[in-house]
Design a binder for this molecule. Sequence first.
Ligand code: NAD
Length: 691
Amino acid sequence: MKLVILGLSLSSSWGNGHATTYRALVKALAAQGCEVLFLERDVPWYAQHRDMPNPTFCRLELYESVEDLKRFAGEIASGDAVIVGSYTPDGVEVGRWARKVATGPVAFYDIDTPVTLAKLGRGDEEYLSASQIPDYDVYFSFTGGPTLARIEQEFGSPAARALYCSADPELYRPVDAPLRWDLAYLGTYSEDRQPAVDRLLIEPARQAPDMRFAVAGPGYPRSIEWPANVERIDHLAPGDHAAFYASARFSLNVTRADMAAAGYSPSVRLFEAAACGAAVISDEWEGLEAVFAPGREILTATSTGDVLAALSMSDDVRSSIGAAARRRFLAEHTPDDRAAVVVRELAAAGRRVRATARPRVAVLDRPRAALVAGGAGFLGSHLCDRLLDEGWRVTCLDNLLTGSLSNLAEALRDPRFDFLRGDVTEPLDGLLYGRLFDRVYNLACAASPPLYQADPEHTLLTSVVGTKQLLDVARANGARFLQASTSEVYGDPMVHPQPESYWGHVNATGPRACYDEGKRCAETLVFDYLRAGRGDARVARIFNTYGPRMSAADGRVVSTMIAQALAGEDLTIFGDGTQTRSFCYVDDLIRGLMALMECAEPIDGAVNLGNPDEFTVAELAERVILATGSRSRTVSKRLPVDDPKRRRPDISRATEVLGWRPETDLETGLSATVAWFRRTSAVADAQAEMA
Ligand code: NAD
């Protein structure tokens, strides 16, 4: 499940209980396989006090304003679910926007339910408005019990569910520490809680001057007169909480007044203390018994006398209460238990959303999203760059067999770009789970003969199984599909130049067949998909293309010759050099691919994309020597099996239907390619690989 959470803070636990709650929950969600993006408003207070700026269990991103938040629209739209938390700055607007953009369920997570309901009662809509509650698919509430029925009946929530807080068992566990205090309390100052703190800690401290007490937490006014036996600690980092609990014989738990009044509202501190095996003395409220058994797992107190009586208990009783609380915590209240509630309820909400077929308004609002299989290769990486330039969100799926991340250096810096390492012959559901695409480009397949012949079976399956699977992805998304086919489907052609209507002359048993026949079969799959009415798809028959990012070592004629010329080596010509090729510059080709994909009219049949200017291989060698200024000569080698003798596209169809034709002549394209080869270490890499 891909989940986006918009919450108050994950990065800073200073002065809020939200961060530790989110940390425990998100970590457990991640452990259960959820991919979480946490979006936090960058505000000065938290910026100055970040105690977890780089969580390892999720991606944390900061945003400046609601406007700035909109750059995450694509991720919200493609996520499986969204959660908006209480006290999120501009929460009403953020929630409405998330509701509009998301395509899956959107939940509200109220870490402050009684406060929220009290606010709504007096018309204060700081982070939630009453009118938007019915629009949240689930209302996760820190308060359980009868309040849930109220949220559903009075406010119209379709599903109000208790989601109590918890504590991270790795951080909150029994530790060894010398006993320093008889009673310790950990909590930020709050006016409504202070009378209980006075009654249950300060007054007992006065009455038991021989005992030691501690109060940790920020915000306490200077006017409070602390007895001499009460130690004050202003801020205690979460990493020090366990030692704090271990240093006291008893821990005090005081619940905010409105939470105590609502009942069924256990505080974070209650679970943290229990997880540490602390013997907790808690104030009393309805529903406490639903969480811990009073008298056995927890002690309760309403008066100073109750506290003093508890403090006089033997260490054996005290330890057994702490141990029982920890057992109950581990059995029912761990973050894993809470994460399971979230996953279960969001999945159920997702089913409800799908059943009522909410119109996917978001598809219109979010940046359009493209999947580029084979996007790390020569052509694929140029396509990714061009799509990003034109405002697309791009996911590249590649096994890096012949492609490289260095081709994607620029794209990887763009937040709208995702790289997924995967093989199109393997199941794709898990890898692509929860992503939405409007376009699926299939360029996955090694294109250079020595590389595709290295593992012919895998090459064939890449074209056949890969194309079938990517067509399924397109179908599931309602996305348009484009297959990068090849002039090789014409084999060693008997018709010249080759129009799309030519059926080809291909050897089905030779060493090139894994590529040629694989591509032919992929075309068959696409046209059967179209005939069956499963969706919109296009096929580009690409002719020889060259340009920056070709690998010098992959055996393709242009890159091989440039690498040889720059290294001062003889240029290899296979056969007598009279065989012809037409060379299309990469920018022209990518423009053609995108024009074909974006053509509004359905396209009947394949479309040739290539440059019709035909050159012999010997002429190409001369041009390369000229463009590089090299002193290299040419040398002949035996023609490989099934090497086509003539290759030139008839592009009248592309020109007619797409208004496309190449614009870069060979001289210009070669000089840009040579410049790139000079700039990069491509030649050196090739030599290293050849050595
Ligand atoms: P390339 O080898 O540079 O790129 C192919 C990419 O696909 C690589 O990044 C590779 O790692 C990836 N890939 C291969 N098998 C995969 C698999 N099973 N799963 C996932 N990824 C896989 O080749 P290119 O020149 O960029 O060609 C791209 C596409 O265009 C290919 O389908 C090719 O057949 C077609 N094509 C290219 C030309 C050309 O002149 N460049 C001509 C005709 C057709």
